[in-house]
Write a protein that binds this ligand. Structure first.
Ligand code: VG1
Ligand code: CO
Length: 543
């Protein structure tokens, strides 16, 4: 075994986006592509010699090969130990959990999350720091800068490690420990929630359908729901992680998890439906014939948090990403705790969580989490709902309707325009930004604009500034129109249009979201001139 120095050339475009570096698999398969990025990452780490690294991924195509490459590079870099999930498997929340529990220096997650997998799909890599959370922008900016000047990387020529057997091995001087990917995470869930109460719920005949979408959530859900909580076998479906997710698009929303929605619409529907995404950090919650908007889910969890043992003493505050609806703000106000508004992406929640300013966080994109770790956490959200259902004895729908009656309903939807020409999408945003200064005070279809800006965020803990995080137009009645370009897509550009309007009157809480939001949709199209810029009249995906 020796350590080799391999000459390489920089690749353009190795800039991490909202959540790591995501590219088509074919891009990652180019010689040196992954190695360059990993070397650029390692070069920026101070004091990592002899330390512990956590490594795992969502099991998609190229996962196993990438694990072997990274093990040999970690040995060349001088890490003391790598904890790798058996089979190369670790969900994103599990990586966060393992980093924290074992006081690791950091961790690498191999995942393109909700993006499709397989040889023609996407691959991704993200780095998490010692608090278990996604690397902040100063680190990802540094990786990108280094990637642009790289001329060589270092790698051991050691043989492949057996990642399918638990236990200790060695690569050069470095220890490799293959760990059970589920155990630490499952132990943490037991601390968070009232397992006996959830066990009684299942024993009483409560039915759950949990769809892991052939992705990494499956092994976690099987152990925790079926083995530890006594849910009947078969409660978790699509439970084996497949390299191509069985052709599913592992993005748990009503469009991509159509099979779950069909089951929840059937006359004999289970009491609760749930789904997780590629790397198991997202969740969708569905009642009988009743999908829950993620923004509402966050608000409801916050309102009922004290039923869960971990949150019994109450929550310190809530944080939500800017495009997420303001439903959580209303709960925060009712509870007398602060609510923070951050840019899109979980990396912006880390400082608030570390400082104890917030307990719960959420995003409109089917992501919820808390201070139990530093990522969003799909199964945690499902267990939280189960805990609330067990404690209240109510149905999903009645819980949500009661919530709306008390706090009002924030009608909400996101419209995605995918695979747009990048230049056209940039131009749309540029034109829109240019119009912002003149908008405040204007009446648009009878609604008065109170604020129109491009969201910028100063982190209250370290003062770092994130600019141009999305255009928001806010109206006097609380309605909002938000537009931004995705930072996780791998084909052209994706425009996301977020729509929200508030309704306090319970007699008007039964409308379909698209109908309730129709006037705002008209305003948004006129404002952004979406069709003129993109040629698209309709979005590809509506959630
Ligand atoms: C999307 C979501 C964002 C989420 C991110 C990563 O980003 O909008 O809320 O944090 O995906 O989620 P963007 O830039 O495409 O809008 V995951 O589960 O794919 O890591
Ligand atoms: Co994800």
């Amino acid at each position: 075994m020796t350590i080799q120095t391999v000459a390489t050339q920089a690749f353009t475009g190795q800039r991490p986006g909202t959540s790591g570096l995501r590219k088509k698999v074919q891009v990652f398969l180019q010689p040196h592509y992954l190695e360059n990025f990993v070397q650029a990452l390692f070069d920026g780490l101070d004091g990592s010699a002899g330390q512990t690294l956590v490594l795992g991924g969502d099991g998609r195509f190229h996962n196993r090969t990438a694990v072997q490459t990274i093990l040999r590079m970690a040995a060349a870099h001088g890490f003391g130990r790598v904890l790798v999930g058996r089979g190369g498997i670790l969900s994103t929340p599990a990586v966060s959990c393992v980093i924290r529990k074992h006081k690791a220096y950091g961790g690498i997650v191999l995942s393109a999350s909700h993006n499709p997998g397989g040889p023609d799909g996407d691959f991704g890599i993200k780095y998490n720091v010692a608090n278990g959370g996604p690397a902040p922008e100063k680190i990802t900016d540094g990786i990108y800068a280094r990637s642009q000047t790289l001329t060589a990387y270092r790698i051991s020529d050691a043989a492949a490690v057996d990642i399918d057997s638990l236990g200790a091995q060695r690569v050069e001087q470095m220890a490799v420990e293959v760990i059970d990917p589920v155990a630490d995470y499952a132990a943490l869930m037991q601390e968070c929630f009232d397992f006996p109460a959830i066990r009684r719920l299942f024993a009483s005949g409560f039915r759950l359908r949990c769809d892991a979408m052939n992705a990494v959530g499956g092994p976690y859900a099987k152990v925790i729901l079926e083995q530890q909580l006594g849910a009947p076998p078969g409660t978790v479906v699509n439970a084996t992680p497949l390299e191509d997710f069985g052709g599913l698009h592992p993005d748990p929303n009503p469009a991509n998890a159509a099979d779950l929605i069909a089951h929840m619409d059937a006359p004999d529907a289970p009491d609760l439906g749930a789904a997780t995404d590629g790397d198991a950090d997202r969740n969708m919650i569905v009642g009988r014939g009743f999908p829950i908007a993620p923004s509402d889910s966050l608000a409801l969890l916050a309102a009922h948090a004290t039923v869960a043992p971990r949150y019994r003493a109450g929550i310190a505050g809530i944080a939500r990403s800017m495009p997420t609806s303001t439903a959580a703000d209303r709960v925060a106000r009712a509870l007398g705790v602060p609510c923070y508004e951050t840019p899109t992406g979980w990396k912006f929640f880390g400082n608030l969580l570390d400082a104890g300013k917030v307990t719960l966080c959420g995003e409109e994109s089917y992501g919820t989490g808390s201070d139990h770790l530093r990522e969003k956490d799909g199964l945690w959200a499902i267990l939280f709902w189960l805990n609330i259902l067990a404690a209240t004895g109510e149905s999903v729908e009645s819980l949500v309707r009661t919530h709306w009656a008390r706090h009002g309903r924030n009608y909400y939807s996101r419209h995605d325009y995918e695979a747009l020409d990048s230049a056209a999408a940039e131009q749309l945003m540029a034109d829109l930004r240019a119009r912002l200064p003149a908008l405040a005070g204007q009446q648009l279809h009878g609604r008065r604009v109170t604020l129109a800006d491009d969201f910028s965020y100063t982190d209250p803990v370290d003062g770092s500034l994130a600019q141009r995080q999305g255009v928001r137009v806010i109206f006097e009645d609380g309605a909002r129109v938000v537009l931004r370009l995705s930072g996780t897509g791998t084909e052209g550009a994706t425009l996301r249009l977020y729509l929200e309007s508030f309704e306090s009157d319970p007699s008007r809480h039964h409308l379909a979201a698209q109908a309730a939001l129709a006037p705002l949709i008209t305003i948004a199209h006129e404002l952004a001139r979406i069709e003129a810029h993109t040629g698209r009249r309709e979005p590809n995906v509506v959630t």
